[in-house]
Ligand binder design. Structure first.
Ligand SMILES: [Zn+2]
Length: 203
């Protein structure tokens, strides 16, 4: 979590002249790294979801954000600019060590985790677009002068808009659940001959 606060002000600016706020919200998908060093037992301890597939693969995504508040003054008017940059780092897929027993199941579990990543990325992209639109329409630029204005805007981003973003992303929970329906059966269909080998290594 990183935050920057940039405040510019000169005495030449008329205190009551405020241009419409500019809001920029962007999401940059993270880079997926794959680690296959931990045992299934270890993954089970850190896994969030349940089911056999998730004893074999876990995705860990840590959202990051940078907030920049700029109070720009041009032509005797202040122009507030709010920039919110979002990404996810680290974004790590952990595959159970036992999967080295099966090329098929390793690929299956990796593909499954990458589908969770894709759902997450799509949800973040949609949420960024929506939050930008809502912020532009709903932020009322405070009338305080100097640093107080920037501080109020920053507080609003943290107290209102970051939670709003989180709530929007959480709406994708149903998509994750849908992806997880029937995973065991699907994995068996995809890799029936090899699955027993891996499960034997797990136990
Ligand atoms: Zn899953």
């Amino acid at each position: 979590m990183v935050a920057f606060l940039v405040v510019c002000w000169t005495d030449a600016v008329a205190a009551d002249c405020v241009s419409p706020i500019q809001v920029h919200v962007s999401f940059a998908p993270g880079t997926v790294t794959v680690d296959a060093g931990k045992s299934s037992r270890k993954l089970e301890q850190i896994g969030i979801r349940s089911g056999a597939i998730h004893q074999l693969g876990v995705t860990r995504a840590t959202p990051q954000h940078t907030v920049r508040i700029q109070i720009d003054e041009r032509e005797r008017c202040v122009r507030p600019v709010v920039t919110l940059q979002l990404t996810v780092r680290p974004l790590q897929v952990e595959l159970a060590r036992e999967l080295e027993q099966s090329v098929c199941l390793r690929k299956y579990v990796l593909d499954h985790e990458l589908q969770h990543v894709a759902i997450y990325n799509a949800a973040m992209t949609r949420a960024a677009v929506q939050v930008e639109r809502e912020m532009r329409a709903q932020i009322i630029v405070p009338l305080e002068r100097d640093g107080a204005r920037a501080e109020r805007l920053q507080a609003e981003v943290y107290e209102r808009w970051l939670p709003r973003l989180e709530a929007l992303v959480a709406q994708s929970a149903r998509e994750h659940e849908a992806l997880d329906v029937d995973q065991e059966a699907r994995a068996h269909r995809a890799c029936s001959s090899e699955i027993a080998l891996v499960m034997k290594a797990v136990r």
